[in-house]
Each structure stands twice: as structure tokens, then as C-alpha cells.
Design a protein around this ligand. Structure first.
Ligand code: AMP
Ligand code: GLY
Length: 422
């Protein structure tokens, strides 16, 4: 079969590599992709939001399976666009429709869903300009810090955590007045949950699911979790505290009720669900849903999947996931992100990358890279994800960090403390 993966990050390189391991796959395309996906597969220069061109390519090339990496095209309705046209009747699609994608695209929608299906999450208040006074009263009754979340997609920047009440009120007012554009016309004020974060992932067909390996992401730019939030600077899987009782609670209190809710709401959901969780004294709470895989979590999840991922994706897309199993490698996988100087602010690009040919013990997933006349250059904030498998976390980390030292570009930056807290 022919597969098209949409996206251009480390996540898409990792998903593509796993898909390409399947005997069912004859040809794999990535749009728009990066240097790594162009070397391993074939890049198509089409943006993930250009539905017309994506559709044309699918028809011309006879694509059988479409896997959508990032959230934006899902929230914009790429599934609806394709499903509303008979020419795509035979296309298998991984990713929910626009209505279901609101689980990520609208924090308010996600909260209402969690309340309806009794899924543990932080107490909240939905603030709008018209109820600003009430909103500040709700906040006054919370213990600081105060968590303010823009309702809509804000490129991962829409959450503000503020200790001072007056500053939080001012911040709320600014958000309601367009700080994040239309995304913050509504703002959720949330109770602060004090615990350790981790993420769980499933593939669902809207009725059943298979559980993928869990992961922990390191979101801050600086060591010891300091400095601004990034897309993620490294990740590990498995997560040592995600076992026994906690894992069981995540399944019983979060994952099963979520998939049941999706089924009861008759959502058109065939794809990945990412559960952003926080472990508060052994109890799981949902911080957010994402309707796609995480990045860099995917770069530690994919290497641990032993089963044929394409078989599972086909079953999910056809609504046949019931009784499907997945085999997971018991090894530990770690990934370290190499980033450009300046990230997550404005960052340098166009630096030549060297040393990739010396890597044998790790998998190098490309993110912000481009190929120019046979040479590889940086082109994004997060440049490469260096993933390694090991019998123990120490072994995996040692391999990743040894590989990291062999790869060079001007001012490469990475965190040296990934996994050290576990
Ligand atoms: P989100 O975009 O919803 O994932 O939020 C971004 C980050 O803010 C999360 O990864 C958490 O670190 C933090 N966060 C979000 N909601 C809460 C909460 N209710 N309590 C504590 N931290 C939170
Ligand atoms: N690493 C977090 C995310 O993909 O949303």
C-alpha cells in the first residue's frame, strides 16, 4: 500500500520510520517533511493545511492510508474535507474529524466532556469578558498559583501560571482582550494541581483502543526544569511511576471513560489520543487531551513498538480495533533534543550539521532540518531528536548522550539532565 504522512517534525520522522518497517507498505511519502524524511522516504512540498493540494496528491498517487501528524489540519477539518468527497471513499485516514478534534482545539469543549464523563481534572471557571468580575471572585477563592488557559489553539503558549493575584487578574483581562487573538476570547481559570506530569497514548477506532507506551516529556528549556516552556527538550519511556496501581487508575478512570465518551457521543474519531496527565499523590488527573501524538514523546514511543503499526492503523481506520493487541519492547527508550541557539524565542538557522554518519547506537530523527545540495542544515528551533534503547534508563541515556556529542552544528543546545529525576 501507499502511505502519506503529514507533518515535518521529529514526530513525523519517527512515525514514518515505524510505518516503513511494515511489510504492507510499498511506498511512503511525507508532506512537507524535513531532510531526514527526504533521505529515508520521499518528501512532497505541500503544506499540511493545503487540503486541496493534499487531496489532489492522494488521488494522483493512489494513496491508501493518510496519517495526520499535527493538530492544526485536524482542527481545521481535513477529515471532513476528504470524507465529504466520494473520490476519497476508499482512503483510510488516521486523525479525528473537526468536531472531535475540539478535544484539543477547545479547552472548554474538553472540560465539558471530562465533566460529563466523570474524568478527573482540575476544577475550573470559564471566563469571558462579560463575567470578568465573577471570574476574579472564583480566582480569589483558589490557592495560588493561578492557572489561566486560552480556550483555543495558541501554539503551545496559551497557558499562564501566575503566583500573584493582582497580576493574574491583569493577565486574565489582557487574554480576554486578545492577547492570544481569538484563542483567548474565552479563558479557563483552573485550580493548580501539584504533582508529576506524564503522558499516555492510545490508538482508537472510536469504540475500542490499544494502549501505546507512556512517556515523560521535559518541557522547559533549562536544566532542572527552569526557563520558558518549549515543545519538549527530551523524553523517556517507560515512566517508572506509571505502573501497578497508577497505571490501573489511568486506565479505569481516564482512558476507558474517555473512549466510552467518544463512543457515546458518536464522535468520528479514528486516530491517536494523547492524555496529558498529572499524578497528584498517586491519583491521575487530565491536564489536556491532544488529538495526535506528542513531540518528542513519539520519538520514545515508536522505537518500543514491536508489532506492525500499519496493521493497527488500518484496523483503527476501518473500525476493527476490537481484540487487536500490541507488542511492546520492555527496553527503555530516551530521546535528547538538539536545539538551535535562541529557541524557544527567535533562533538561529542555516547551520551545517556534521557527524550524523558517526551514529550507530542511536536513532536520529530529524525535526528542523533541510537538505541543500547534499548537505544538511538547521532550519528550525528543535533540530534533531537522538533516541536510544537500553536495558536500563542509564544505558539508554548513555547511548543518547554519547551520540549527541558526535553531532555538531554551531551553538547546538541540549539539556544534560533528561531522565535524571526518575
Ligand atoms: P497545557 O497546554 O494544558 O498542557 O498546559 C501547559 C502546562 O501547564 C502543562 O504541561 C502543565 O505543566 C501546566 N499546567 C496546566 N494545567 C495545570 C494545572 N491545572 N495545574 C498545574 N499545572 C498545570
Ligand atoms: N510534547 C508536547 C506536545 O507534543 O504537545
Amino acid at each position: 500500500m501507499k502511505v502519506l504522512v503529514l507533518g515535518s517534525g521529529g514526530r513525523e520522522h519517527a512515525i514514518s520510520k515505524k510505518i516503513a518497517e511494515s511489510k504492507l507498505v510499498d511506498k511512503l511519502f511525507v508532506a512537507p517533511g524535513n531532510a531526514g524524511t527526504s533521505i529515508d522516504f520521499e518528501n512532497i512540498p505541500i503544506s499540511v493545511n493545503d487540503f486541496e493540494k493534499i487531496g489532489e496528491f492522494i488521488l494522483n498517487e493512489g494513496i491508501n492510508l493518510l496519517v495526520i501528524g499535527p493538530e492544526d489540519p485536524l482542527v481545521q477539518g481535513i477529515r471532513n474535507f476528504l470524507e465529504n468527497d466520494d473520490r476519497y471513499n476508499d482512503l483510510l485516514i488516521i486523525g479525528p474529524d473537526a468536531y472531535a478534534a475540539q478535544l484539543e482545539g477547545s479547552k472548554d469543549f474538553a472540560k465539558e466532556f471530562m465533566l460529563k464523563y466523570n474524568i478527573p481534572t482540575a476544577a475550573y471557571f470559564k471566563a469571558e469578558k462579560s463575567n470578568y468580575k465573577e471570574a476574579t471572585k472564583f480566582m480569589k477563592n483558589l490557592n495560588p498559583p493561578y492557572v489561566l488557559k486560552a480556550d483555543g489553539l495558541a501554539a503551545g503558549k496559551g497557558v499562564i501560571i501566575e503566583h500573584n493575584y493582582e497580576t493574574a487578574c491583569n493577565e486574565l483581562w489582557e487574554m480576554l482582550n486578545g492577547k492570544f487573538g481569538r484563542a483567548s476570547e474565552k479563558v479557563l481559570i483552573e485550580e493548580f494541581l501539584d504533582g508529576i506530569e506524564c503522558s499516555a497514548f492510545v490508538i482508537t477506532d472510536g469504540k475500542d483502543f490499544v494502549l501505546l507506551p507512556e512517556a515523560k516529556d521535559y518541557k522547559r528549556i533549562g536544566e532542572d526544569n527552569t526557563g520558558p516552556n518549549t515543545g519538549g527538550m527530551g523524553a523517556v519511556s517507560p515512566v517508572p511511576f506509571f505502573n501497578g496501581d497508577f497505571r490501573n487508575k489511568v486506565l479505569q478512570k481516564v482512558i476507558i471513560p474517555t473512549v466510552d465518551g467518544i463512543k457515546k457521543e458518536k464522535m468520528n474519531y479514528k486516530g491517536f489520543i494523547f492524555f496529558g496527565l498529572i499524578n497528584v499523590k498517586g491519583e491521575p488527573y487530565v491536564i489536556e487531551y491532544n488529538v495526535r501524538m506528542g513531540d518528542p514523546e513519539t520519538e520514545v514511543v515508536m522505537p518500543r513498538i514491536k508489532s506492525d503499526l500499519v496493521e493497527i492503523l488500518i484496523a483503527a481506520a476501518k473500525g476493527n480495533l476490537k481484540d487487536k493487541n500490541i507488542e511492546i519492547d520492555s527496553k527503555v527508550c530516551t530521546t535528547i533534543i538538539l536545539a538551535s541557539k535562541g529557541y524557544p524565542g527567535s533562533y538561529e538557522t542555516n547551520k551545517e550539521i556534521s557527524g550524523l554518519e558517526n551514529i550507530s547506537e542511536s536513532i536520529v530523527y530529524h525535526a528542523g532540518t533541510k537538505l541543500v545540495q547534499g548537505k544538511i542544515f538547521t532550519s528550525g528551533g528543535r533540530v534533531l531528536a537522538i533516541s536510544s534503547l537500553g536495558k536500563t534508563m542509564q544505558e539508554a541515556l548513555k547511548k543518547s548522550y554519547t551520540s549527541v556529542e558526535k553531532i555538531n552544528f554551531d551553538n547546538k543546545y541540549y539539556r544534560r539532565d533528561i531522565g535524571f529525576d526518575l
